[in-house]
Design a protein around this ligand. Sequence first.
Ligand code: 5GP
Ligand code: SF4
Ligand code: MG
Length: 456
Amino acid sequence: CGVFGIYGHDSAATLTYMALHALQHRGQEGAGIVASNGENLFGARGMGLLPEALPEQKVKSLASYKNAIGHVRYATTGASELSNVQPFLFKSHKGDLGLAHNGNLVNAKKVRDALEDEGAIFQTSSDSEVLAHLLAKSKAATRKDKIKHALKQIKGAFAFVILHEDSLTVALDDHGVRPLMLGEVDGAYCVASETCAFHAIGATYIRDIMPGEVLTITEDGIDEDRYVDTTYPNMCSMEYIYFARADSEFHQNSIYRIRKALGSALAEEMGDIDADMVIGVPDSSLAAAKGFSAQSGIINEQGLLKNRYVGRTFITPDQVMRERAVRMKLSPVYDLVKDKKVIVIDDSIVRGTTSKYIVQALKNAGAKEVHMGISSPPLKNPCYYGIDVSTHAEIIASKKSVAEIRVEIGADSLTYLSVDRMHDVFKQFGSRGQCDACFTGNYPIEIIDHILPQEK
Ligand code: 5GP
Ligand code: SF4
Ligand code: MG
């Protein structure tokens, strides 16, 4: 998912809409905005891509308010319904509350069951709703202390944006799994999952919000605090490899440059291959292919074209549809690859659908040899922290060796980046620690519920 928040700007709702548009790659299932006029909160939500979810009329109805938060929801394979689209809006005589969450909690069921035993009634099946109940229940003296108290009771990955009538609070979990950035536009503070949202609204990127931080933005400015003393930096590696937009920056480094470095590390590990060209799978692997080309000296060509009007293939529900979607999405440039030995660079293999199709399509187009290079290690385990890399049963590398996967996808060779080299690259770009559980199985946050997000 993607989140955004802005406090004290005349065009808060419009800027939120524009920011969500820049974050659309983080979620296509639904979107919403909650805005405040200093006294009450008002919301608009809908299913689908932004223009569908939030038509102009709905955004206009919020246009006079100065504070707003927004959310784009990630598509999972489970049933999607409007009640789960965020931001959530809770009305109470004690004040309204707007809430949006990126990530996935690993103890939400446990907390929810306990709250229900005490009489709470939940409106949604979303893990995010537990925070609102914990907040409402907290006996702490101040609003900030209530928030800190509530945050201490939840575990997992979370970047929260919380809107009260006269404050915007943002919080990042103590492992900092999901990205969250602080910016400023026309003297107003804003926060976003990625800096590409800042570029879209003309905001300046100030800094990354750190693990365990709680920032409260009010008329008086910004209050910077933490809800825990000890933190364990474990940013999601998949954000760097695949999920984030290439023009976004983490720790002041563009994802584009990081992906290029992953590609060049892969080239070093692959060693000498006799090939005529390197082809990146558009769009997420174009940077890695450039890096691979620079390191290996093999020319980079755009041998695969993407039809931009087809959504991300991963989100389509069954295997037949998924295969059709890849075919519609990617096509080879026939006369470029004919009789050539090509190296194809992709950022990851999950089920193998994409790689298998690409190898076949390039061979049908006359390619003599197709070598696959993957700019991340073999993806073997599901993610419990908010990225839908699917279940164990569907993940090809959870059952098959690299040699078996090579046979399955029909490539002449298959090389993955090693876990060590991947971490070297992240460190080189300012990372203090990375989650790599989907590659290694070392889950940095203990899984308590054992429920995958997509099984909900
Ligand atoms: P596969 O076709 O092997 O199932 O998936 C691999 C392709 O999906 C790669 O081209 C990669 O860019 C993309 N991909 C990798 N991880 C994810 C993910 O977590 N979510 C989505 N939507 N796509 C992914
Ligand atoms: Fe990211 Fe993988 Fe860790 Fe999930 S398990 S947070 S996808 S690195
Ligand atoms: Mg891809």
